[in-house]
Design a binder for this molecule. Sequence first.
Ligand SMILES: C[S@@+](CC[C@H](N)C(=O)[O-])C[C@H]1O[C@@H](n2cnc3c(N)ncnc32)[C@H](O)[C@@H]1O
Length: 185
Amino acid sequence: MREVPILAEAARPVFLRTVREAAPLRILELGTAIGYSALLALRESPEARIVTIERDADMAEAARSFLGRAGVLGRATVLVGEAEKLLPTLAGNFDLVFIDAAKSRYPDFWLGVQPLLAPRAVVVADNVLFRGLVEGEGSEEWPKHSYRTMVLQLREYLRLVRSAPGFRTEIFPEGDGMAVSRRDE
Ligand SMILES: C[S@@+](CC[C@H](N)C(=O)[O-])C[C@H]1O[C@@H](n2cnc3c(N)ncnc32)[C@H](O)[C@@H]1O
Protein backbone atom coordinates (compact mmCIF):
# COMPACT_ATOMS: atom_id res chain seq x y z
CA MET A 1 0.00 0.00 0.00
CA ARG A 2 1.49 3.36 -0.93
CA GLU A 3 1.87 6.08 1.65
CA VAL A 4 -1.24 8.21 2.11
CA PRO A 5 -0.56 11.87 2.88
CA ILE A 6 -2.94 13.04 5.58
CA LEU A 7 -3.17 16.07 7.82
CA ALA A 8 -0.02 16.27 9.99
CA GLU A 9 -0.58 15.54 13.66
CA ALA A 10 1.01 18.88 14.59
CA ALA A 11 -1.51 20.76 12.42
CA ARG A 12 -4.54 18.90 13.76
CA PRO A 13 -5.24 21.21 16.76
CA VAL A 14 -5.24 24.29 14.49
CA PHE A 15 -7.53 22.52 12.05
CA LEU A 16 -9.95 21.34 14.75
CA ARG A 17 -10.06 24.73 16.43
CA THR A 18 -10.73 26.44 13.11
CA VAL A 19 -13.56 24.04 12.30
CA ARG A 20 -15.04 24.46 15.79
CA GLU A 21 -14.95 28.26 15.56
CA ALA A 22 -16.43 28.27 12.07
CA ALA A 23 -19.31 26.00 13.21
CA PRO A 24 -20.02 25.14 9.56
CA LEU A 25 -23.13 23.57 8.11
CA ARG A 26 -21.62 23.09 4.67
CA ILE A 27 -17.99 22.11 4.16
CA LEU A 28 -16.07 21.78 0.90
CA GLU A 29 -12.78 19.91 0.76
CA LEU A 30 -10.34 19.72 -2.14
CA GLY A 31 -8.16 16.62 -1.72
CA THR A 32 -9.89 13.82 0.19
CA ALA A 33 -7.19 11.11 0.29
CA ILE A 34 -8.75 8.44 2.52
CA GLY A 35 -11.13 10.87 4.26
CA TYR A 36 -9.19 11.49 7.45
CA SER A 37 -9.56 15.29 7.55
CA ALA A 38 -13.16 14.94 6.32
CA LEU A 39 -13.89 12.71 9.30
CA LEU A 40 -12.20 15.15 11.71
CA ALA A 41 -14.27 18.01 10.30
CA LEU A 42 -17.53 16.06 10.48
CA ARG A 43 -16.85 14.90 14.04
CA GLU A 44 -16.10 18.46 15.10
CA SER A 45 -19.30 19.82 13.55
CA PRO A 46 -22.10 17.27 14.05
CA GLU A 47 -24.67 19.24 11.99
CA ALA A 48 -22.39 19.67 8.98
CA ARG A 49 -22.32 18.00 5.61
CA ILE A 50 -19.21 17.79 3.47
CA VAL A 51 -18.55 17.69 -0.25
CA THR A 52 -15.04 16.40 -0.79
CA ILE A 53 -13.20 16.07 -4.11
CA GLU A 54 -10.54 13.48 -4.92
CA ARG A 55 -8.99 12.86 -8.32
CA ASP A 56 -7.82 9.31 -7.57
CA ALA A 57 -10.78 6.93 -7.88
CA ASP A 58 -9.23 4.22 -5.67
CA MET A 59 -8.51 6.76 -2.98
CA ALA A 60 -12.08 8.09 -3.20
CA GLU A 61 -13.40 4.55 -2.80
CA ALA A 62 -11.17 4.05 0.24
CA ALA A 63 -12.54 7.31 1.67
CA ARG A 64 -16.15 6.17 1.20
CA SER A 65 -15.34 2.94 2.98
CA PHE A 66 -13.48 4.74 5.81
CA LEU A 67 -16.24 7.32 6.31
CA GLY A 68 -18.83 4.54 6.17
CA ARG A 69 -17.09 2.56 8.90
CA ALA A 70 -16.90 5.78 10.96
CA GLY A 71 -20.67 6.20 10.57
CA VAL A 72 -20.57 9.59 8.80
CA LEU A 73 -20.92 8.64 5.13
CA GLY A 74 -24.54 9.87 5.20
CA ARG A 75 -23.17 13.41 5.67
CA ALA A 76 -20.46 13.11 3.02
CA THR A 77 -20.43 13.35 -0.76
CA VAL A 78 -17.16 12.12 -2.25
CA LEU A 79 -16.72 13.37 -5.82
CA VAL A 80 -14.11 11.86 -8.13
CA GLY A 81 -12.29 14.20 -10.47
CA GLU A 82 -9.95 17.17 -10.75
CA ALA A 83 -11.08 19.82 -8.28
CA GLU A 84 -10.42 22.63 -10.77
CA LYS A 85 -12.85 21.00 -13.23
CA LEU A 86 -15.53 20.13 -10.67
CA LEU A 87 -15.63 23.46 -8.83
CA PRO A 88 -17.63 25.26 -11.55
CA THR A 89 -20.29 22.50 -11.36
CA LEU A 90 -20.95 23.10 -7.64
CA ALA A 91 -23.38 25.51 -6.03
CA GLY A 92 -22.59 27.52 -2.85
CA ASN A 93 -22.81 28.48 -0.01
CA PHE A 94 -19.99 26.75 1.82
CA ASP A 95 -19.13 27.95 5.32
CA LEU A 96 -15.77 26.21 5.41
CA VAL A 97 -13.42 25.24 2.58
CA PHE A 98 -10.35 23.09 3.14
CA ILE A 99 -7.79 23.26 0.33
CA ASP A 100 -5.46 20.25 0.49
CA ALA A 101 -4.97 19.04 -3.11
CA ALA A 102 -2.20 19.82 -5.66
CA LYS A 103 -0.06 22.62 -4.14
CA SER A 104 0.78 24.02 -7.58
CA ARG A 105 -2.93 24.70 -8.15
CA TYR A 106 -3.66 26.60 -4.93
CA PRO A 107 -4.09 30.00 -6.66
CA ASP A 108 -6.60 28.39 -9.08
CA PHE A 109 -8.39 26.74 -6.17
CA TRP A 110 -8.63 30.05 -4.30
CA LEU A 111 -10.14 31.76 -7.33
CA GLY A 112 -12.36 28.74 -8.10
CA VAL A 113 -13.98 28.61 -4.67
CA GLN A 114 -14.80 32.34 -4.47
CA PRO A 115 -18.29 32.04 -6.05
CA LEU A 116 -19.08 29.18 -3.64
CA LEU A 117 -18.38 30.99 -0.38
CA ALA A 118 -20.95 31.93 2.25
CA PRO A 119 -20.74 35.56 3.45
CA ARG A 120 -18.72 34.60 6.55
CA ALA A 121 -16.84 31.69 5.04
CA VAL A 122 -13.47 30.44 6.26
CA VAL A 123 -10.94 29.09 3.76
CA VAL A 124 -8.20 26.88 5.19
CA ALA A 125 -5.19 25.81 3.11
CA ASP A 126 -2.66 23.24 4.27
CA ASN A 127 1.09 23.05 3.50
CA VAL A 128 1.35 26.74 2.59
CA LEU A 129 4.86 27.01 4.07
CA PHE A 130 6.03 23.80 2.36
CA ARG A 131 9.16 22.71 4.27
CA GLY A 132 10.02 26.31 5.10
CA LEU A 133 10.73 27.08 1.43
CA VAL A 134 7.83 29.47 0.83
CA GLU A 135 8.74 32.38 3.11
CA GLY A 136 10.84 33.33 6.10
CA GLU A 137 14.27 32.04 6.98
CA GLY A 138 15.34 29.29 4.57
CA SER A 139 13.28 30.62 1.68
CA GLU A 140 15.86 33.10 0.34
CA GLU A 141 17.42 30.69 -2.15
CA TRP A 142 15.82 30.08 -5.51
CA PRO A 143 13.92 26.79 -4.93
CA LYS A 144 15.41 23.69 -6.50
CA HIS A 145 13.90 22.59 -9.76
CA SER A 146 11.61 19.81 -8.50
CA TYR A 147 9.87 22.15 -6.02
CA ARG A 148 10.02 25.38 -8.00
CA THR A 149 6.51 25.49 -9.43
CA MET A 150 4.96 24.43 -6.16
CA VAL A 151 6.87 26.95 -4.07
CA LEU A 152 6.19 29.82 -6.49
CA GLN A 153 2.49 28.93 -6.62
CA LEU A 154 2.28 28.76 -2.82
CA ARG A 155 3.87 32.23 -2.65
CA GLU A 156 1.26 33.40 -5.12
CA TYR A 157 -1.47 31.82 -2.97
CA LEU A 158 -0.27 33.75 0.09
CA ARG A 159 -0.10 36.95 -1.94
CA LEU A 160 -3.66 36.40 -3.16
CA VAL A 161 -5.20 35.67 0.23
CA ARG A 162 -3.37 38.52 1.94
CA SER A 163 -4.51 41.02 -0.64
CA ALA A 164 -8.08 39.71 -1.00
CA PRO A 165 -10.57 42.43 -0.04
CA GLY A 166 -12.86 41.40 2.82
CA PHE A 167 -10.60 38.60 4.11
CA ARG A 168 -8.31 38.42 7.11
CA THR A 169 -5.61 35.76 6.86
CA GLU A 170 -3.56 34.14 9.60
CA ILE A 171 -0.69 31.75 8.89
CA PHE A 172 -0.04 29.05 11.47
CA PRO A 173 3.41 27.41 11.30
CA GLU A 174 2.29 24.08 12.77
CA GLY A 175 2.86 21.06 10.53
CA ASP A 176 3.73 22.34 7.07
CA GLY A 177 1.96 25.68 7.58
CA MET A 178 -1.75 26.35 7.49
CA ALA A 179 -3.38 29.51 6.14
CA VAL A 180 -6.75 30.45 7.62
CA SER A 181 -8.58 33.15 5.67
CA ARG A 182 -11.75 34.47 7.26
CA ARG A 183 -14.22 36.47 5.27
CA ASP A 184 -15.52 39.23 7.47
CA GLU A 185 -17.42 41.57 5.21
C1 LIG B 1 -2.58 15.73 1.13
S1 LIG B 1 -3.73 14.63 0.42
C2 LIG B 1 -5.25 15.02 1.21
C3 LIG B 1 -5.25 14.67 2.65
C4 LIG B 1 -6.59 14.80 3.34
N1 LIG B 1 -7.15 16.13 3.15
C5 LIG B 1 -6.40 14.51 4.80
O1 LIG B 1 -5.80 15.35 5.50
O2 LIG B 1 -6.83 13.46 5.26
C6 LIG B 1 -3.99 15.31 -1.19
C7 LIG B 1 -4.98 14.54 -2.03
O3 LIG B 1 -5.40 15.39 -3.08
C8 LIG B 1 -5.56 14.65 -4.25
N2 LIG B 1 -5.44 15.60 -5.36
C9 LIG B 1 -4.30 16.17 -5.83
N3 LIG B 1 -4.57 17.04 -6.80
C10 LIG B 1 -5.91 17.05 -6.95
C11 LIG B 1 -6.81 17.76 -7.80
N4 LIG B 1 -6.35 18.63 -8.69
N5 LIG B 1 -8.14 17.52 -7.68
C12 LIG B 1 -8.59 16.61 -6.77
N6 LIG B 1 -7.79 15.91 -5.94
C13 LIG B 1 -6.47 16.12 -6.03
C14 LIG B 1 -4.47 13.58 -4.19
O4 LIG B 1 -4.81 12.47 -4.97
C15 LIG B 1 -4.42 13.29 -2.68
O5 LIG B 1 -5.21 12.18 -2.35
